[in-house]
Design a protein around this ligand. Structure first.
Ligand code: MN
Length: 502
């Protein structure tokens, strides 16, 4: 059974703990969780340990204005249950307290074994988003308490660089759903930086390293608020001879990174994910992205946690990224297909529904999926197809009938984020899975494909703005009936979708 908040109600003596040096996301998460426990008259406390109580002005304001009952403690009588939020028990930035039982709610990469009671969603932008979803599962509306809505919104905002680095649809759901007190948000936002931090930004920029050949910059900043990193990277990217930059800071708990790119050959989100792969997580958008490499995971991999080692590690990763990526512009590219094999598409079981089941024809809607938001208009002849990985796309009736046939089998959704549709007129949100039925894709379409042994970015003839990334193990694919139609298919999707021709 998946973890839900009700599980916590089994206990009577509960302590919620967030990481040392709490940030807004940690404060918001603990605050909302305590609010939930209070509703059920459970005795609970919200605490944190570490070197010192919070002093950053935006956090002090947040605590005071929203009435967050958080306590700085140095000792704790072992509670019956300790719930860690925005962190995991036993991590180096989480002060150790004994407890009879442990639960964890966190959005970072797993650093050790998780307790049985845990909600860990590593690809979420904030822990606030997880708490929002867990509350929603219990039918509790965060907007019924404006202090809670404000805290969760601000928690997500600060953990995703002012929403610029959001990538998960659940994060977009919280951003769009929450109704915060905007005067507070504006106030917190403008109390974010101290004069000392502005000096840190200046110092960091003074010592920027520029790679004149590969046109990137790397900047180390002293430990500071992650927002400062975003400000430094925004400024660095504006330099005329810079295409991309990495700004980082070695914090007590991990290396915070901020990545920017202004060329189509580098997606900031992908570069951030690449730099953090195996050590934490990174993501965001084409131009702006961020991430975290956790101290515990770096040390586990034998990288010593001092500034010089971190720098040379990041330097190597960047060099690797820039030197070992092949770029293909499908429009004027001649691939030697003699090294490719021929494959045929298998018949696949998918889901579909008619768009008119969701709203009246003519209604403008937004389909929210794992890959992003798609705007479209409901029409009589529009079908919505749900692919093998849960990806969702609209398709014309004609195309649907040509490429798919209906099936009587019960539809089962394969993805993790249940796609929904937002009606732009009424603002209403409709889950689409209850309407989904089964269909089969007709097989037969032939391709040439080759397994990749290096990183490749393909600009297809359809979209010259954005590339498709293939890494080792993925497949480079060319249509047999159009050799200029090249793209990349991820290894797992390829195995599920294609079969080698005899
Ligand atoms: Mn967080």
């Amino acid at each position: 059974m998946a973890f839900c908040l009700k599980d916590l109600l089994e206990f009577d003596d509960i302590v919620i703990q967030c990481h040392d040096n709490p940030d807004a996301d940690a404060l918001a998460s603990g605050f909302a969780l305590k609010w939930y426990l209070d509703k059920y008259h459970k005795k609970s406390r919200f605490i944190y340990g570490g070197r010192a109580p919070i002093s950053k002005s935006n956090l002090v304001l947040m605590k005071d204005n929203l009435g967050i009952p958080v306590e700085y403690v140095t000792e704790l009588k072992p509670p019956q249950l300790l719930v860690t939020v925005d962190c995991q028990y036993g991590e180096s930035n989480v002060k150790h307290f004994d407890a009879e039982n442990i639960a964890t709610i966190d959005h970072h990469q797993i650093s050790a074994t998780l307790p049985a009671m845990s909600a860990l969603r590593s690809n979420y932008g904030s822990c606030s988003t997880i708490i929002y979803e867990l509350l929603q599962m219990e039918d509790i509306d965060i907007n019924s308490n404006v202090d809670i809505a404000t805290a969760l919104y601000y928690g997500l905002m600060t953990d995703t660089g002012g929403f610029e680095e959001i990538s998960h649809p659940s994060d977009r759901d919280l951003r769009d759903y929450a109704k915060p007190r905007m005067t507070d948000i504006v106030l917190f936002k403008n109390s974010n930086l101290s004069k000392a931090e502005l000096v840190i930004a200046g110092d960091a920029l003074k010592h920027a390293y520029y790679d004149e050949k590969l046109l990137y910059a790397i900047v180390e900043s002293k430990p500071c608020d992650p927002n400062i990193l975003g400000i430094i990277s925004d400024m660095t990217l504006e330099v005329d001879s810079i295409d991309a930059c990495l700004v980082y800071s070695v914090m007590p708990f991990g290396v915070k990174i901020s990545v920017r790119s202004c060329v189509r050959e580098i997606k900031a989100s992908e570069l951030a994910a690449f730099l953090a792969a195996g050590f934490g997580g990174g993501g965001g958008h084409l131009i702006k992205a961020g991430g975290l490499l956790k101290k515990d995971l770096l040390e586990k991999a034998g990288i010593s946690y001092d500034n010089a080692s971190i720098r040379s590690f990041l330097d190597d990763r960047l060099q690797d990224y820039f030197e070992n990526s092949e770029i293909i512009y499908a429009n004027n590219h001649n691939e030697d297909i003699s090294t490719f094999n021929r494959y045929t598409k298998k018949e696949l079981s998918l889901g579909y529904l008619r768009a008119t089941e969701l709203a009246e024809p003519g209604t403008k809607i937004m389909i929210r999926t794992f890959e992003g938001d798609i705007d479209t208009t409901i029409e009589d002849d529009i079908f919505i197809v749900i692919g093998i990985d849960g990806e969702v796309y609209p398709i014309k009736k004609e195309k649907f009938e040509e490429n798919y046939r209906l099936s009587d089998a019960k539809y089962e959704y394969p993805g993790e984020y249940a796609p929904s549709v937002i009606n732009h007129v009424s603002g209403e949100r409709v889950k689409i899975l209850p309407y989904a039925k089964s269909c089969l894709s007709k097989g037969g379409c032939g391709i040439y494909a080759k397994k990749l042994d290096h990183r490749v970015k393909v600009f297809t003839k359809w979209d010259p703005e954005k590339y498709y990334l293939g890494t080792e193990g993925d497949y480079l694919v060319i249509r047999t009936d159009d050799l200029s139609d090249m793209y990349v298919i991820a290894n797992d999707v390829f195995q599920k979708t294609y079969i080698k021709e005899q």
